[in-house]
Design a protein around this ligand. Sequence first.
Ligand code: HEM
Length: 417
Amino acid sequence: MADATLLNQVKDFANRADPYPIYAKLRQNPVSHQDDGSPEGTWVASTHGAIASLLGDPRVSSETLPPADRPKTGNPVKDFLIKPIKDRITNQHRPFIFRDPPDHDSLRAAVMHQFTRERVQGMRARSDRLVEELLDAKRDAHRFDAVDDLAYPLPVTVICELFGVPREDEAQFHSWATQLATALEPDSLADDENRAENSRTFDAIADYMSGLIKDKRRHPKDDMLSGLANEATPEGVKMGDYDLIATSVLMLVAGHETTVNLITNGLLTLLRHPDEFEKLKADPSRAPRVIEELLRYEPPVQFRTRTTLSPIDIAGVTIPKGADLVLLLAAGNRDASVFPDPDTFNPDRVGSRHLGFGGSLHYCVGAPLARFEAESALTALTRRLKNPRLVEDPPPYRSGAALRGPQHLPVAIDGMV
Ligand code: HEM
């Protein structure tokens, strides 16, 4: 029998800096039932084989968001007329990361039609330039915070430019994206105040996007939102306004904190492995393999949640219908049966089948973008930081257990090259 408190230990902030020994205990049972305080408990898949199998299983659903329930305002017209309508629309038009086929597939296809290789790769040089500008601003500094000074501003600027969000409006997306990312944390979702804050934030960003979509219809430009708002896919799919808003919000939020964490976890790991720092500095063409290994070794998304549509027999247990399920991607990434010597950071592994971007039909849409943003950042950091030293190890972490990464990563430097 697995220790049924392990999932609670994963969520416990005291273990945020190093959850990997708990994952090792969980892997002793590929799928285990955990007592996390919820009425029926939660099932956790923690080996590579079990996670990969469940990711591709049509009996596993991504529709895990609790029903929208906006907080009452005290104004009867708003509370009894407008609120039920808004709640119903929000429930019917979830972002496609929280939806199953066939809706998931048609919405995703519409995004992929616009999120073309050319459009995404067209941002690569821009990402390199943005990194240089952000580092130039710290040229004479003796202290550098990898989060505030680089990792945080970069992804939001890149995704806003790709979508055609005007520069002057970018700043708002930082706080919106940070708040809405809590929808990926099971504990935050169970917290009424946080859910109310998510509703308020969603309404604010939805109002903003609705105005921007109108503008893109009147004055289309060569950006993703203009494409999504005005063009159908070759199969004739064109999103309605509510799905378009939910999808835009998803794209702006999903790529934010995740990419911040990849860059920050990347610098932290390289500073803990100075030989790898020096190798990347001497040979920037190592960046892609360094980043794939980071996605295995310190994945920004540690787990995702699901629910079961019917009972599933797997690894000697039966997960019942309607069960809450956690797919512990970060534990699967340290499974010794797939990754020899899994606790060693080794960018020279070949053919890595890491789960850092998930798998199967919900595989990350933004993977190519995240990869080159991290390449821009880590190659520039190794080249430009003079004599970097970690100020605190471990650094302070943000609260999230699912989206896990440092809150700040202070580094002492002797200026920038
Ligand atoms: C290092 C950065 C990133 C990581 C580690 C990451 C990780 C993931 C993971 C694990 C999933 C699977 C979710 C699931 O199975 O439920 C996912 C899905 C998704 N990601 Fe990313 N992501 C990153 C960056 C981005 C970026 C930059 C974007 C957008 C520009 C993005 C957009 C999405 C979307 C839209 C989905 C949902 C796909 C679907 O449901 O079909 N991600 N991501």
